[in-house]
Structure formats: structure tokens, C-alpha cells
Design a protein around this ligand. Structure first.
Ligand SMILES: Cc1ncc(COP(=O)(O)O)c(C=O)c1O
Length: 407
């Protein structure tokens, strides 16, 4: 165990004052939740908004609602390289996972080999399009590609709350969108999921699914409060070595587990989130500044390719939650991760493997080869861009890159 300054890979800090607001809200019933819901609805200018216990709970509820609308369709297309919560939610909704490969240049779907073409695809219920790390996926291209297949586009904006593409917020391009308020996301309420949709029919079915959920208990509120307190302290670089040293916490691991709780968002979380628009905007401004700084600094390392590569437009640079960087080889990637771990630099691997390799998950086209996903799993790392990254941290990381590049 190394007791040293350790950068978390991503962070959206929680202050003591936020926790006090959460506690206060514990005693104010549903009004705080309704207030948060109205704010989210107004922010995204969306007709319908639902609040749940997590991003995967949100995706599951969207899929259950879609299944009620189209019971004859039972497959959901997801990228072969994404968070394992996504296939977990598909399976939890009682549906089958179909996979398509990703492009290692964009982390979006590889449209050149896309397995759905125009025309009717009778089994396909929905396509999930994630904005990985906050990188805008090409939803309009997806819509054109699906054409008249009859499948619905679900925007997985779990990692992209508050990010715009052009002048439109991510999450509002699909037939439905969802966000995560989990740890390490753009903004956190410790846990949480948000669904937005403009479809009246889908919203009515989602509302039916919501009615079936059990109400939150006082125990849920106190569990979340304890978690918030721990997070507010342990995300600081001075203390992050501690949770990192506890293997039982499985920090940074992405797990496949369809057996997760599906609950409503609690009043504690709504209280904790109070003032979220300003806090989110402040976090995003710092992240964008750091993405731009990394893009400039990494240009001299030929063995590292940030995604997206530097372009000259600061306005078009998204405020990512972590900067994904492709490393030239797996050996260099491993050397970099080892050095980062030793010095607490916050450079982390991404997902450990393609979705078709998940033990216990059966995909409709599982035996296919997903070379884009395999390349990402073998060579992608992420650099920290949150507000705890200081100039001195950046210098230490750059010195580590110089050393690793010589090896
Ligand atoms: C791309 C993506 N989709 C969905 C989820 C699920 O969100 P949650 O952790 O809130 O269940 C995550 C969470 O990490 C994610 O990164």
C-alpha cells in the first residue's frame, strides 16, 4: 500500500454543504425529487423525465417499456466495447444482446461494418448509442443507417450529462436518452439515473413500469448519506490511495451483473444535487480546459493518440469525463499503467475486454470477431481531466511519459 497523493481517474466532487442539503431533503418527502425532476426537464427542454436509482436501472426501464410496445421484438444492439452495465440492463429487461463493432478512432459504432441495413429487421427492438467518456456519438448517422428498420434509438448519455453537440445537448437526439449520476460521472448524486424522452407513448409505458417499483425506505436514504460522506472525502487526491488499496471495493472495475436494484431516485439524492446546473457547468469548464491542455501536451508523444485528436476549435472540444488515449502497443500501455499506478497519476485502463468475452453473457452474434473492440481493450487508457489535476500533476505525468517512451 502506497500512502501518497493519488489522482482518481474521474471526479465530480461532493462538498459537506451538499451532504447537509441531502440530509435536510430526507425529511422533506417527495417535493425535493419533484423539484429536481422539473429542473432536469427544463434544462433538457424535454416533455418527459423519470428519475431512478442508477443509469442501468434507467436503461432497463426504457427497454421494459419498449418491450411492452413491441412484444414481438427481443434484440437490442449495443457496441462490442462499452460499460458492462449496458448488457446487464438488456438481460435484466428480459431481452437479447446483439453486438456491433466499434471504431477505435472514434469509439462510436464502426458504421462500415454495421450489421443493420435499411429495410425491416423484425427482431431488433432498439439500438443503444453511448457517448463514451462524453465523446458525442453520431446519432443522426445512426438514424439514417437504421432507416426504416423499425428499431428505436436509445442515447446512452450516462457519461455525457451537460455536453453539447452543436447547440444541442447530448441525450436529446435519440428517441429516448438516459444519464448516470453515479460516482465518476459528469455530475454525481452518489448514484442515480435519469430518463428523458419526447415520446408520449413511450413515456406512458415508462410511467407504468415506474408504478411497479417499490418506494425508497429510510434505510436507503441513510445508506446513500454514508456513501456520500465517504465519497466526499475519499475522492480527494490526498485520500484516494485508501479506497484504491482496498481490492474489495473493486474501484474502476466494470462488472457484468444483471441482478441490480431498480428503485426510484431518493429525496436525499435530490437534496444532494441542489444547484446541480452551476456545479455541472463549473466541472465541465475545468474538464474542457484540461482536455485542451492534454491534447496540446500529448502531441509530442508519437506513441499516444488522444481521441479526439487536437483540432483548432476550442468550442468544438467536448468536456470529457476522462480523456481516452490510444497507446501504440499493449506493452507500452502496460508499462504506462504500471508507472501511473506506482506514482498515483490517475491514468487508467478502460473496459477489460469486448462484450462478447463476458463470462455468463450469451450474445445473439457472440462468436463474431470484434477487432475494434479488441484493440480498444488492449491499448486504450484514460487520462484524468477533473479539477483536482494541478499543473504539478501534469508535469509529473509528462515526466512519466518521457520515461515510459524510452522503455
Ligand atoms: C456508458 C455507460 N452506460 C451505462 C452506465 C450505467 O450507469 P450506472 O453506473 O449509473 O448504472 C455506465 C456507468 O458506468 C456507463 O459508463
Amino acid at each position: 500500500m502506497r500512502i501518497q497523493r493519488t489522482l482518481p481517474p474521474a471526479a465530480a466532487p461532493i462538498a459537506a454543504d451538499d451532504i447537509c442539503k441531502g440530509f435536510h431533503a430526507l425529511f422533506s418527502g417527495n417535493a425535493e425529487v419533484e423539484n429536481f425532476r422539473a429542473e432536469v426537464q427544463n434544462y433538457f427542454q424535454t416533455k418527459h423525465c423519470f428519475l431512478l436509482s442508477s443509469g442501468k436501472a434507467a436503461l432497463t426501464v426504457i427497454l421494459r417499456a419498449l418491450k411492452r410496445i413491441c412484444p414481438e421484438r427481443d434484440e437490442v444492439l449495443i457496441p462490442s466495447f462499452t460499460c458492462y452495465s449496458v448488457p446487464s440492463a438488456v438481460v435484466r429487461a428480459g431481452l437479447k444482446v446483439r453486438l456491433a463493432d466499434v471504431s477505435p478512432e472514434t469509439l462510436d459504432y464502426d458504421f462500415s461494418g454495421f450489421p443493420v441495413h435499411s429495410g425491416h429487421d423484425e427482431r431488433l427492438l432498439a439500438v443503444v448509442c453511448p457517448h463514451l467518456f462524453g465523446l458525442p456519438a453520431d446519432i443522426m448517422r445512426m438514424r439514417r443507417t437504421l432507416n426504416d428498420s423499425g428499431a428505436v434509438v436509445i442515447e446512452d448519455a450516462a457519461q455525457a450529462m451537460g455536453t453539447k453537440h452543436g447547440d444541442r445537448l447530448l441525450g436529446t437526439f435519440g428517441d429516448a436518452g438516459f444519464f448516470s449520476l453515479g460516482r465518476g460521472k459528469a455530475f454525481t448524486a452518489v448514484e442515480g439515473g435519469i430518463i428523458i424522452t419526447g415520446s408520449k407513448r413511450l413515456a406512458a409505458e415508462i410511467e407504468n413500469c415506474m408504478q411497479a417499483l417499490n418506494p425508497n425506505t429510510a434505510g436507503d436514504g441513510f445508506r446513500l448519506a454514508a456513501y456520500a460522506l465517504a465519497l466526499s472525502i475519499l475522492t480527494w487526491p490526498a485520500f484516494f490511495w485508501l479506497p484504491k488499496a482496498m481490492p474489495g471495493l473493486k474501484l474502476g472495475e466494470t462488472l457484468y451483473n444483471p441482478d441490480f436494484p431498480i428503485k426510484r431516485f431518493s429525496s436525499f439524492q435530490a437534496g444532494l444535487a441542489r444547484g446541480w446546473q452551476n456545479r455541472l457547468a463549473a466541472f465541465q469548464a475545468v474538464r474542457k480546459k484540461n482536455v485542451l491542455a492534454w491534447q496540446k501536451d500529448l502531441a509530442r508523444f508519437s506513441w499516444l493518440t488522444p481521441i479526439p485528436e487536437r483540432n483548432n476549435s476550442a468550442a468544438e472540444t467536448p468536456p470529457l469525463i476522462r480523456l481516452p488515449v490510444m497507446v501504440q502497443s499493449t506493452d507500452l500501455r502496460d508499462a504506462l499503467l504500471k508507472a501511473s499506478d506506482a506514482h498515483g497519476l490517475g491514468i487508467m485502463p478502460s473496459y477489460p475486454g469486448a462484450v462478447n468475452g463476458i463470462a455468463g453473457l450469451q450474445c445473439v452474434n457472440g462468436p463474431d470477431n470484434f477487432t475494434g473492440a479488441d484493440k480498444c481493450a488492449a491499448r486504450l487508457v484514460t487520462f484524468p481531466v477533473h479539477g483536482f489535476v494541478t499543473r504539478r500533476d501534469r508535469q509529473k505525468i509528462l515526466a512519466c511519459l518521457e520515461e515510459t517512451g524510452k522503455s
